[in-house]
Design a protein around this ligand. Structure first.
Ligand SMILES: [Zn+2]
Length: 115
């Protein structure tokens, strides 16, 4: 494969990230990662934070937008940012594999202790 995009995740523009995340919903992303969640009455998805240890779920996902933890203040603008953080992605091509690939999590290791 000669078309691998080796740019660092941080060097990709907001527009490119939005393009990759277009039509992607949090339910699909969380399911791909193997994360359980529940939906509150306002349509937000909630689960225990994967970035810090806690007993009461503080991590919230806004439909069509970003995520935020009210416990540790970890936040991001979109599903690509969340996947980058959770999987410790280095290259943009890895994010593309996650969102566009048939077997996205294959070969990728979760790097978080609190999942
Ligand atoms: Zn947290």
């Amino acid at each position: 494969m000669n078309d691998l995009d080796r740019r660092r995740f941080e060097d990709v523009s907001r527009e490119e990230r939005e393009e990759l995340c277009r039509g992607v919903n949090w339910e699909t992303v969380l399911a791909k990662l193997g994360f359980s969640f529940r939906q509150n009455t306002k349509g937000k998805l909630i689960r225990s934070c994967v970035f810090h240890k806690e007993k009461t779920p503080s991590l919230r996902f806004w439909p069509g937008s970003g995520y935020c933890c009210h416990g540790c203040r970890k936040r991001g603008a979109d599903p690509a940012a969340f996947v980058h953080e959770v999987l410790g992605l280095r290259e943009w091509s890895e994010a593309k594999v996650f969102f566009l690939g048939a077997s996205p999590v294959l070969g990728m290791q979760l790097k978080l202790p609190y999942v």
